[in-house]
Design a protein around this ligand. Structure first.
Ligand code: ZN
Length: 425
């Protein structure tokens, strides 16, 4: 198993800080010159790029929030002309308005390089067969991993939009050794294997790289036992780049942040004060190599803490604790954490259900009740009553299996959720 340590992963703190400062200065300069939002923000606070003479000066620049990005959609935050942008992606926008992000050719190159580092950290090499079960599309997960895995010479199977049974067929027939998807989906695949009476020993899987939603150690254990693999967490977000911001090493004790590309801070979300190592708060990230979409002190909404102590794996890069919750998004029903991304994943696997939905929690009775409104394809909505109740049942069953929650499902006409969202903004 290869766990090649890149030069940038074992530098001493001083070296890391020096590289960060040089790259930060370039980034602030670029943002100030090319992005009206940053120029106005810095002018308003009396800061010019030359004021950034140490890493501590970064804290003089105010935070960038999701609302700032929304106000400047679609291209207001871009620091290069559109003709130099070679790719667009967007943040997952089923429950919230998506944010469009762009990449220059160099950005794609850096991203690919970072994804090779994610994969190497997990022990993936050119002999591996990597099954990518993320959704290929505007979402960054699939293409991020795809480029990285191809770059290291692994064999890539782009495998989106197949249900768990079909994923298992691919996995078994083509002898996939690595599975890349959300932890919810991996757990579902493990459950289907068990229900179908297929032993994980019949598969060739050995590594799982899971991310894009928070998951717990309990879920990790279930996935590892159910699929006979080592399951590792990775973290990223489209506003910053996509996957490739940080990844767990085999110590499974925090995710190493690629500090030669990102500067992390953890703050108290109420006061904005910076928090010391070990204290949990909101993760704030600054990109220091991005050309098309530089982000300075972006509030991610994810809760974590930092750890600068030495990791037995040999990497000197700071570790962030696994993200277990967000400052928004998550809802708690009957004491169970429910993430919209998990519901979304379930819906994409059910034929006839569209990934447009609305979650409603009724807290009036003795027990909270979750109601999911889901759009269905028009031919089903208007013609097939039987199919409607079958879909309803499937959604109920899958959500019950995943969360242990019984819920109400209400199928609605195509387009109605979008209308509801527009009216409720
Ligand atoms: Zn480590």
């Amino acid at each position: 198993m290869s766990t090649k340590l890149e030069k940038y992963e074992t530098m001493d703190r001083e070296e890391i800080r020096q590289i960060q400062l040089e790259r930060l200065q370039v980034t602030v300069n670029r943002a100030y010159r090319n992005v009206a939002f940053y120029r106005n923000l810095m002018d308003k606070h009396g800061i010019v790029p030359e004021d950034i003479t140490s890493l501590d000066d970064l804290s003089r620049i105010p935070f960038t929030t999701r609302e700032d990005l929304l106000k400047n959609q679609p291209y207001g935050m871009f620091a290069i002309p559109l003709r130099e942008v070679v790719r667009l992606h967007s943040s997952s926008g089923t429950t919230r308005e998506p944010i469009v992000v762009g990449y220059s050719r160099n950005d794609i190159e850096h991203w690919t390089e970072l994804m090779t580092r994610v994969l190497y950290t997990a022990g993936v090499d050119r002999d591996d067969i990597v099954q990518i079960a993320f959704d290929y599309g505007l979402f960054t997960g699939a293409l991020g991993f795809h480029y990285g895995a191809e770059r290291i010479g692994a064999t890539v199977i782009p495998c989106s939009r197949l249900n768990a049974n079909k994923q298992i067929v691919v996995m078994r027939n083509y002898r996939s050794t690595v599975l890349v998807c959300t932890p919810t989906f991996a757990l579902h695949i493990a459950n289907v294997l068990k229900n179908e009476g297929i032993s994980p020993a019949e598969l060739s899987l050995k590594i799982g790289l899971f991310g894009s939603e928070p998951w717990s150690e309990v879920i990790r254990k279930e996935i590892e036992e159910g699929l006979h693999i080592n399951a590792l967490d990775n973290y990223g977000l489209s506003e910053i780049m996509g996957p490739g911001v940080s990844v767990e090493c085999y110590e499974k004790n925090g995710l190493h942040i690629f500090e030669d590309h990102f500067i992390p801070e953890v703050i108290d979300p109420k006061t904005g004060e910076s928090l010391p190592d070990g204290e949990k708060g909101e993760l704030v990230l600054t990109t220091i190599t991005k050309e098309a979409f530089p982000m300075i002190r972006y509030r991610t909404g994810d809760y974590t803490s930092l750890d600068h102590s030495t990791c037995p794996c040999g990497r000197t890069l700071v570790r962030m604790s696994r993200v277990s919750e967000r400052t928004d998004d998550m809802i708690v029903v009957q004491g169970i954490n429910v993430y919209p991304s998990q519901i979304e994943q379930i819906l994409t696997e059910i034929e006839g259900a569209e990934p447009h939905y609305r979650l409603r929690v009724d807290r009036n009775g003795a027990l909270d009740e979750l109601e999911v409104w889901v759009e269905v394809s028009s031919h089903i909505f208007f013609d097939e009553v039987k199919k409607m109740s079958a879909i309803e049942e499937q959604i109920q069953k899958r959500i019950e299996e995943t969360f242990g929650l019984s819920i109400k499902v209400r199928l609605v006409e195509p387009g109605s959720i979008k209308k509801w969202k527009e009216n409720s903004v």
